[in-house]
Design a protein around this ligand. Structure first.
Ligand code: NAI
Ligand SMILES: O=Cc1ccc(S(=O)(=O)O)cc1
Length: 264
């Protein structure tokens, strides 16, 4: 490895936002270690992300986490420069019907993995003056119907991020991003149903789903030197969806705004 190359670990980097992030960081000159339990996607990841290394990993397994971080430390000769805690799963379920197994799975994959990876990377990130970005959600900033447990894990990621910024901000920067509705496998249901997509996009000022690259751009910025004084923030990336209440649109209209000069 080039002595000057920086090392980034991206969890859940085989698909969606994580893959876009791995591609972007590779383009920015990072040597990217992609950790994902979708082992079949490994060859595709290394083909799409120049110089990347794919390490099969279930983020719930302490042994797998250690293997990923040890490999990244080996590449970086003891130094790490970026960690993206991105792996995540969702469950759409009424709270009354949610079982303990679902609660536990979402907490283990979405939240405990942030604890495990961040703690395992602390020494390397300190040595490399690194930064951490954790992928939360707008569902962690506000509540989300039928996503209560998912929403709770994402709110906890934001609280953990802010606390770590206070505790360790003199050596490592910790920030979170809060995507809205992004066109990945997680949004397959919305993408496949034109009617549902219209209802969803009507709630979004940008009037469309986001692209994984649009999240990766903000993550890359937060990890880079231009964000050197940014620590402990949780940035919505949602086309304006969480900005506030929208006016209901009369049925059969597009909801276009009447400009002040043309008001009746
Ligand atoms: N797509 C969206 O609209 C939004 C996504 N997010 C968050 O963004 C992150 C990425 O999600 P997407 O790219 O949308 O979904 P995705 O399903 O396309 O990608 C998730 C990746 O995480 C991996 N993964 C899941 N469980 C894992 C485990 N136990 N061990 C290792 N890898 C595992 C999957 O294999 C997959 O590659 C997640 O944390 C999600 O909660 C947040 C807000 C909105
Ligand atoms: O994080 C935002 C988010 C995640 C999942 C879903 S759903 O499962 O497709 O409803 C919606 C929003």
């Amino acid at each position: 490895m080039d002595d000057r190359a920086r090392v980034a670990v991206v969890t859940g980097g085989a698909n969606g936002i994580g893959l876009a992030c791995a591609q972007r960081l590779s383009g920015d000159g990072f040597h990217v270690v992609v950790a994902d339990f979708d082992a079949e996607a490994g060859p595709q990841v290394t083909a799409k992300v120049p110089g990347a290394e794919f390490v099969p990993c279930d983020v719930r397994s302490p042994t797998d986490v250690r293997r990923v971080v040890d490999r990244a430390l080996e590449i970086g000769q003891g130094r790490l420069h970026a960690l993206v805690n991105n792996a995540g799963q969702t469950a759409r379920v009424r709270f009354a019907d949610c079982d303990e197994a679902t609660w536990q799975r979402l907490h283990d994959v979405n939240l405990r993995s942030v604890f495990s990876f961040t703690q395992a990377c602390l020494e390397g990130l300190t040595a490399g003056h690194g930064a951490v970005v954790s992928v939360a959600s707008v569902a962690g900033l506000v509540g989300a119907e039928d996503l209560s447990v998912y929403s709770a894990t994402k709110a906890a990621i934001i609280a953990l991020t802010r606390s770590l910024a206070l505790e360790l901000g003199h050596v490592i920067r910790f920030n979170a991003v809060c995507p809205g509705q992004i066109a990945t496998r997680m949004m397959a249901r919305v993408q496949a149903d034109a009617g549902l997509r219209a209802v969803v996009t009507a709630q979004i000022p940008a009037a469309r789903l986001g692209r994984p690259e649009e999240v990766a751009n903000v993550i890359a910025w937060l990890l880079g030197d231009e964000a050197s004084y940014v620590n402990g923030v949780a940035i919505p990336i949602d086309g304006g969806e969480s900005a506030g209440f929208r006016q209901p649109k009369p049925s059969g209209t597009t909801g276009e705004r009447v400009s002040p000069g043309k008001a009746p």
